[in-house]
Design a protein around this ligand. Structure first.
Ligand code: FEO
Length: 169
């Protein structure tokens, strides 16, 4: 496999684990505020990001590629409002989309059709992740400043349950 593609695939394991770490940090922030529904939402989001990391790892293993696990960066965002983590998450998902697109680009250049096919699931996933993250920002702006509205949003996010990724390797 093309060395640049391999490097980016390996790096993506780290990036997805960082995403999980960032979302755990957000979940913890909301837990401290007693917004248990928002906290639940991001605990599940962290689980999904770990799943993404494991999918990249499994893909590399299945292709006989050496996986190297690197240090995970410290989540260093400072949150000062209910809205702040939602905006950080939305911006982060756009960054992850750019990363996926960059791997796709290299795979395309290398005529690595297998990796492109693998990445297709992540291309779709990122559309959903960005949509959900933007929706959380917008819904907070619409309803969240009113205590009753915030309470109802928190109740709704409390109902989110974990589902395993539809991609199975
Ligand atoms: Fe694994 Fe939220 O992107």
């Amino acid at each position: 496999m093309n060395p640049k593609v391999v490097e980016l695939l390996n790096d993506q394991i780290n990036k997805e684990l960082y995403s999980a770490y960032l979302y755990l940090d957000i979940a913890n922030y909301y837990d401290e505020m007693d917004l248990d529904g928002y906290s639940n939402y991001y605990m599940i989001q962290a689980q999904e990001e770990r799943d993404h990391a494991l999918l990249f790892m499994k893909y590399m293993q299945s292709n006989g590629l050496k996986v190297t696990l690197e240090a995970i960066a410290k989540p260093d965002k400072v949150f000062d409002s209910v809205l702040a983590p939602l905006e950080v998450a939305a911006e982060h998902e756009r960054y992850v989309t750019a990363l996926i697109n960059a791997i796709y680009h290299e795979a395309h250049e290398a005529k690595d059709y297998r990796t492109m096919k693998f990445l297709d699931w992540f291309v779709d996933e990122q559309m959903e992740e960005e949509d959900n993250a933007d929706s959380m920002v917008n819904r907070y702006k619409l309803f969240g400043q009113d205590p009753r509205g915030l309470y109802l949003l928190d109740q709704e996010y409390a109902a989110r349950v974990y589902t395993a990724p539809s991609l199975v390797l």
